[in-house]
Design a protein around this ligand. Structure first.
Ligand SMILES: *Cc1c(COP(=O)(O)O)cnc(C)c1O
Length: 217
C-alpha cells in the first residue's frame, strides 16, 4: 500500500479518536526490506524509520543519512547488552529497554557518549515466555529505576500476542503509562494500528503495510 494511503488512514484514525492531527508518529519499519523500497519511501518524504537489528541498521542507515536530511531511527527489536553501545550510537530512540541490567548499561554509556537516545520500556503485556519485555507486575519498578538513572524515558512499548485481540493489551499499556506519568505509547503494527490509535498510541510501527511483505532473509 502506498505511503500516502497509510498516512490518510492514520489521519482518519486520529480524527475518529478525537486526537490532534499529527499526534501520532508513523514509524516505517524497514527491516529486511530491499534498499530500493526503503529509498522509494524516503523519496516520498518519510523520515522516521524502525529497525529491529543493530547490525542491519548499521548496514544501511549511515549511507541514507548522508543522502537525506532529518532521518530519525528507532530501534524496536530485542537488545543484547553487548549491542547497547552500537545501538545508542546509531539510534534516536530505543523502544526495548526491558531489564535493570540494561538501565545500568544505558546510564554508563550515556555518560561515555555524552548523549542518550529517547527510551521506551517494553512491556510483555501477554506475559509470553518467548517474548522480550518486562512483565506487567515488574514494570513500575523498572520505570522507577530508569528514572533514577536519568534516562530520557518517554514511554512504553508492547507487542501483543499474535493470536489475541490486541485492544486489551493496548489498554493495559496505557494504564501502566498513566499511573507512571508517561505519555508515549509505542503500539500498533500493520494489522492493528487504527485500533492502537483509538487506544492512545503516540508511535505506531508499520512495516509490511507500507513496504509490502518482507522478503525472507
Ligand atoms: C517487524 C515489526 C513491526 C512491523 O510489523 P508489520 O506487521 O510488518 O507492520 C512492528 N514492531 C516490531 C517490534 C517489529 O519487529
Amino acid at each position: 500500500m502506498p505511503l500516502n494511503d497509510i498516512q490518510t488512514r492514520v489521519a482518519a484514525a486520529e480524527k475518529q479518536a478525537g486526537r490532534a492531527p499529527g499526534s501520532v508518529t508513523l514509524i516505517a519499519v524497514s527491516k529486511v526490506q530491499p534498499l530500493e523500497r526503503v529509498r522509494a519511501v524516503l523519496d516520498q518524504g518519510q523520515r522516521v524509520f524502525g529497525e529491529n537489528k543493530v547490525q542491519e541498521a548499521q548496514g544501511k542507515w549511515p549511507d541514507f543519512r548522508a543522502q537525506y536530511d532529518g532521518i530519525a531511527l528507532h530501534l524496536i527489536g530485542p537488545l543484547q547488552s553487548n549491542k547497547a553501545r552500537a545501538a545508542m550510537e546509531i539510534a534516536d530512540a530505543i523502544h526495548t529497554l526491558d531489564r535493570a541490567k540494561l538501565v545500568t548499561t544505558f546510564a554508563r554509556l550515556a555518560q561515555d557518549l555524552g548523549r542518550c537516545p529517547e527510551v521506551f520500556v517494553q512491556i510483555n503485556t501477554g506475559a509470553e515466555p518467548q517474548k522480550a519485555g518486562v512483565l506487567p507486575d515488574e514494570a513500575d519498578a523498572l520505570i522507577a529505576d530508569a528514572r533514577r538513572s536519568d534516562l530520557p524515558l518517554v514511554g512504553l512499548m508492547c507487542i501483543p500476542p499474535a493470536d489475541e485481540d490486541p485492544v486489551p493489551h493496548f489498554k493495559m499499556l496505557g494504564e501502566i503509562a498513566q499511573r507512571n506519568g508517561l505519555t508515549g505509547l509505542s503500539m500498533g503494527m500493520s494489522g492493528d494500528f487504527e485500533a492502537a490509535i483509538a487506544a492512545g498510541a503516540t508511535h505506531i510501527r508499520v512495516g509490511s503495510a507500507i513496504f509490502g511483505e518482507r522478503v525472507a532473509p
